[in-house]
Write a protein that binds this ligand. Sequence first.
Ligand code: PLP
Length: 477
Amino acid sequence: MTEEFLRSSARVAEWIASYRQRMEDFPVLARVEPGETAARLPASPPEAGEGIDEILADLDRIIVPGLTHWNHPGFLAYFSSSSTDPGVLAEFISAALNVNAMLWRTSPAATELEERMVEWIRQFVRLPPAFQGVIQDTASSSSFTALVAARERAVPGVRHRGLVGGEGLEACTLYLSDEAHSSLDKAAMAAGLGLDNVHRVGCDGYFRLDPARLEKALEEDLERGCRPVMVCATIGTTSSTSVDPVAQVAEICRRYGVWLHVDAAYAGPAASLTEKEAEFAGWERADSIVLNPHKWLVTPIDCSVLLYRDPEAFSASLALTPEYLQSHDDAGNLMDIGLAMGRRFRALKLWFVFRSYGAQGLRRMLRRHMELADVFAGWLQEDERFELAAPVPFSTVCFRGNHPTRGTADGLNRRLLDAVNSRGPVFLSATELAGRYTLRLAVGSAHVTEQAVRRAYDLLSEEYDKIRVQDWDAGQG
Ligand code: PLP
């Protein structure tokens, strides 16, 4: 058994090394049609077990062609999620240990390592010691958990009575900017607030929540008899990475007694940099904060840190221990915070990442990513074919191609993105900003290089010129 394991794991390690070497030969974005991978898979499980060599051969033959390669240096879409050796090795060990940290006793070390990793993150992003937290799978789960805690605080006893049919319960409301992530809408659906009670507050010209409009919305809703449950401010919105004025929002939340949640899923790690202090001003006043090491801190997906000041508010909302899980010798049980009972050993990969890079190494990488984004933004600014569509506070650049006569036409930008992505070496994504189709280049992977960013610019230029020659010179532009 041990010999077989050593042989198989050596084969897997070789496979990973070879995949990495071949990485740049693959198009970043998978080139398969829907159903193509499924068609290559046997309809039923094999009757007899197979060896690692056969399985790896099919990994290459069936699975790899259907992958979009998130660890490719040219992956510049969405927000990146990249893994390097420390995270990969920790995931390997985590699967071998297969511990479930639902209760302290079901793996004391997993619980205590998780608590310590949250503390390391807290120090890394320079939040005050009042914060503690847990590691969840995604920011969506973290924000949902925070919303349920805020709901219990706003409507004590709601965990028993529920929101529907309770005595004298008004609508419970959630406040966000137009640019906040859809995971908050989903949280409102799942927590029973309902999408109709999510109040999307407008933004200023730089895609930041407008505090005056937030206050007006709160006033109007209170007058209507609503119960405001939570305000969510975002540091690093998904489309443009804009930063809501958190200090002002925190002050409004204090005055109205409303829970403040800060979604820093992407940008959170940048709080480790003193030069980014202004972007995070006021976030230390939040009741809860989410940031994802699996986005901009080279930790393999899934790893989202939920930080909060008042653990009681969380256990009051979701802690529930049936008799078969009762024990008297337990310290704090992580399953008390959040919906999931079973919990993966996520802290291990964060521990490996911190120890391998060191806080200094991580900060160096974040700075490098922001430099690369600035370099790319600089090329666009010097090029009349393009324009920036939003400020660049972190490592993501929003931009558009300019049509010579029609300004930044949506059609042109759609074609440009499709053309660039179909070339293979890079993958960019798009969004809508101020009602206009906008391209995005997001730096944030451990594997990104200046060459990859340059390649993106060169391909954008080439494809732009091709469209110009095809259409505009033919008078159809
Ligand atoms: N919040 C923000 C600002 C995001 O950009 C994203 C995803 O990109 C999320 C939340 C959701 O993250 P997750 O996939 O971890 O749920």
